[in-house]
Design a binder for this molecule. Sequence first.
Ligand SMILES: Nc1ncnc2c1ncn2[C@@H]1O[C@H](COP(=O)(O)OP(=O)(O)OP(=O)(O)O)[C@@H](O)[C@H]1O
Length: 322
Amino acid sequence: MSDLAIHTAGLGKTYGGRRPVEALKPLDLEIAPGETFGLLGPNGAGKTTLVKLLLGLARPSMGEASLFGRPVSDPDARRVAGYLPEGHRFPPFLSARDTLDLFARMSGVDAADRATRSADLLDRVRLGGAEDRPVGTFSKGMLQRLGLAQALMNRPRIVFLDEPTDGVDPVGRREIRTLIEGLRADGVTVFLNSHLLSEVELVCTRVAILKDGERIRMGTVDELTRRDRAWRLVTSPLPSATRDALDGVLAVEGATHPDGLVRSTATLPDRTALNAALDRLRADGVEVEAVEPARQSLEDLFVEAVSDTPPLGAEADRPADA
Ligand SMILES: Nc1ncnc2c1ncn2[C@@H]1O[C@H](COP(=O)(O)OP(=O)(O)OP(=O)(O)O)[C@@H](O)[C@H]1O
């Protein structure tokens, strides 16, 4: 039996009808326990479909999926999962405490446990003090935090969070991020669907990008955002002869920083060539403060990946070494 948190083999979904939609093309996916995995993709890419398949809420057209070694069609597989759906709604007249009590009943939490569990969760999502207010008076951030508490009610080993920071202000987003980091510290596997790439970049250990139902990228944020054959340098100012000698290799940023150092990007075929360039800088009396692989933001990568279509099976699994 697999001890992976999520395992899929050839999992795919085509919605029927007069014009069938291939929402998810056959997907092989392995997510280890304790990972915080981010699923990205433009609207209609198949993200929600994948989550529904993993929760047994939609039936696959092909392939199989399991959570912690149990097929997702087995209700016991779902018992270890929590779910915060996108755009969830709670009855507005219920208090936060009553809302959680309702979900506790639906999750089969023992009557003896329910009150303590709800109180603990309300504290955890920082809603202690607002427990008796009707949910209809809650801000978007409070509603999302209550949604998170609901998703954690059954002490899940894995939680699926669909746009948890949707409509939430920066302070609320940070609070939700801290909660997600807390889950990771507790060893809970997190499967995050989000359009907020800066958040995903901060919180996820690994990400995949879906487009038109197909996975077009997958890797750690570090692997995916590292630019091939490019390094970022921080140095003392460069004499003009050095600039001329390294013309075409070194692109120096125009602005001088308050620290008096200059930033540049070196584009070179390999590490040997990088070291030759550094030797040249040193020989010219330039002091080197820092050298690191150049990166693009996750947002740049996303836009680039979804704009040019070629599915990059080989590149997706490209080794991290520059
Ligand atoms: N019940 C359904 N019946 C028919 N087609 C569907 C159904 N649900 C989703 N689809 C289609 O499947 C494709 C994938 O939809 P899905 O909701 O999984 O995308 P998504 O990546 O979650 O999008 P978004 O970011 O907008 O939430 C879309 O073309 C969508 O129109």
